[in-house]
Design a protein around this ligand. Structure first.
Ligand code: G3H
Ligand code: 13P
Ligand code: ZN
Length: 321
């Protein structure tokens, strides 16, 4: 059992009309919850690590824990760097045992994005590692960098062929209206349904279709794809949390994207919400608890439940490993 690249899994996902979940990992309980769900449901899987996660847990721990999960559960999965800011961090991860890296130079000019992405792709490919790059900018928060809705920009389909050809990257993240974090849209950007629940603006499937037409068979990635389930938001808020107007991407839109050219769907915020709800529940129901295992085991079970739901009901990747 091993850390593998996404090459084969993306080809199968593209042809099979489903997507592979890429779940952000920060500690042992998240790794266990995510990998146990994927193992039980025989789903392909990507574990991804942000720069913030590397700083929090330190790279050696996350890589060792990922290997432990492979061995313990007898599964293969990809280990991916999420939002690599430059060549240096990508190289560090390639040298450190990752099978996939993202170079995110989407905030730079088109030419700079091409130059840095190509440099990463050349180094990665020489080491058997695959590369994701990004065109277009998502709004929201990633690694403490906040991109406002005004500064975000949809991917321009007319740029994708030149970008992919000149960089040689293996997959492409595009901006079609998703956003990072638990506050993807302001109430002003949304409408309200009959129950008063915020309904976000629909994803730009026209852009996705146009990109897919220009890059036939090429794997597309969706970042900022948490759904921010309202039952978790409500539970957290009812137990002393303060997450007013948290809103995500409706799951039926993600399901539709997964049947199209989208082969990788990134989920982090929903894991955070599930863990937070579980931990608050334990503290509320059993105020005398102070053994971390008591609340972390509930958090881990919540991660597993969340990921199982994504695999079965959103990604369509059950039984595809
Ligand atoms: O895209 C951002 C991911 O959710 C990672 O978040 O930088 O807080 O680890 P983080
Ligand atoms: P969410 O914040 O929607 O979970 O997005 C995570 C992500 O895109 C990680 O790269
Ligand atoms: Zn992201």
């Amino acid at each position: 059992m091993a850390i593998i690249t996404t090459k084969e899994m993306f080809k199968k996902a593209y042809d099979g009309g489903y997507a592979v979940g890429a779940f952000n990992i920060n500690n042992m309980e998240i790794i266990q919850g995510v990998t146990e769900a994927a193992a039980e449901l025989k789903s392909p899987l990507i574990l991804q690590v942000s720069a913030g996660a590397r700083k929090y847990a330190r790279p050696a721990y996350l890589v060792a824990l990922a290997h432990a999960a492979c061995e313990d559960l007898g599964i293969d999965f990809a280990l991916h760097l999420d939002h690599g800011a430059d060549f240096a961090i990508c190289k560090d991860c390639i040298d450190g045992g990752f099978s996939s890296v993202m170079i995110d130079y989407s905030g730079h000019s088109f030419e700079e994005n091409i130059a840095e992405s190509r440099k990463v792709a050349e180094y990665a490919h020489a080491h058997g590692v695959v590369v994701e790059a990004e065109l277009g900018t998502l709004s929201g928060v990633e690694d403490d960098v906040k991109v406002s809705a005004e500064d975000s920009s949809y991917t321009r389909p007319e740029e994708v062929e030149e970008f992919v050809t000149r960089t040689g990257v293996d997959s492409l993240a595009i901006a079609i209206g998703t956003s990072h974090g638990a506050y993807k849209f302001t109430p002003e950007q949304c409408t309200r349904n009959a129950d008063g629940v915020l309904v976000p603006p629909p994803l730009r499937f026209d852009i996705l279709e146009e990109v897919a037409k220009r890059l036939p068979g090429f794997p597309i990635v969706l970042h900022g794809a948490s759904s921010v389930p309202q039952e978790y938001v409500k539970e957290i808020n009812s137990l002393g949390g303060q997450l007013p107007d948290a809103v995500g991407i409706p799951e039926e839109q993600l399901r539709k994207a997964a049947t199209m050219a989208v082969c990788k769907i990134n989920i982090d915020s929903d894991i955070r919400l599930a863990m937070t709800a579980g931990i608050r529940r334990v503290f509320n129901e059993k105020p005398s608890v102070f053994d971390p295992r008591e609340y972390l085991k509930v958090a881990r079970a919540e991660v597993k439940k969340m990921v199982s739901h994504k695999i079965k009901d959103v990604l369509g990747s059950e039984g595809k490993a």
